[in-house]
Design a protein around this ligand. Sequence first.
Ligand SMILES: [Fe+2]
Length: 227
Amino acid sequence: MIIETFITSPFQQNTRVLVCEETQKAVCLDPGDSANIIAAFINKSNFDLQAIALTHGHLDHIGGVSDLSKLFPQAEIILHKDDEDLYYGLPEQPLFMGIPRQQLKALGLEYETPPTLSRNWKDGEIYSVGNLYFKILHCPGHTPGHIVLAEEKMRKVFGGDCLFAGSIGRTDLPGGDYEQLINSITNKILPLGDDVTVYSGHGDDTNIGHEKATNPFLTGVYQMTQG
Ligand SMILES: [Fe+2]
């Protein structure tokens, strides 16, 4: 698997292009911004972009969907149905974060409504990209429709904003739920195995064993102060 990471938007979000080396089929995971840079990488190597795959509907993960979709109109756009309100409400999202409307343009946070989704993820489906097989796991908590993509044979999980190196996703935005997020991590992500590498939506890569042993949200250290 080729994994190319682009850090996009002022939110330092990790956009990734994942490519099956044997077939050159590719997906772009969470294009937060910078569609031109992502497209240049895909076109330079002649990768076949089959989808824009979204872990969830927050603006820093979907802000580049419109522009990327215009450059690759054949690529499906896929999101869990429980995040559709966030997705289609993209132009309003900065306001929920407390940013005044009159500052949106100056901050580069003025968005158009993104294009219609092609379909929704289903919990447990296997999504193939050439010879890569991603198991889609619904992991609500950060948002209601958050999913992660686990390539079990390759021992990799693309976890969006569920689990970070040393932390977890925030749950104070609309639709967030701390207990639900801990349950998603505990019951869906950790069982993938200690040796599985976690590619998160922000920050460095990590692995499940390391997070189980040291992440204060999972070891119980923060239990008294959260949720
Ligand atoms: Fe997020």
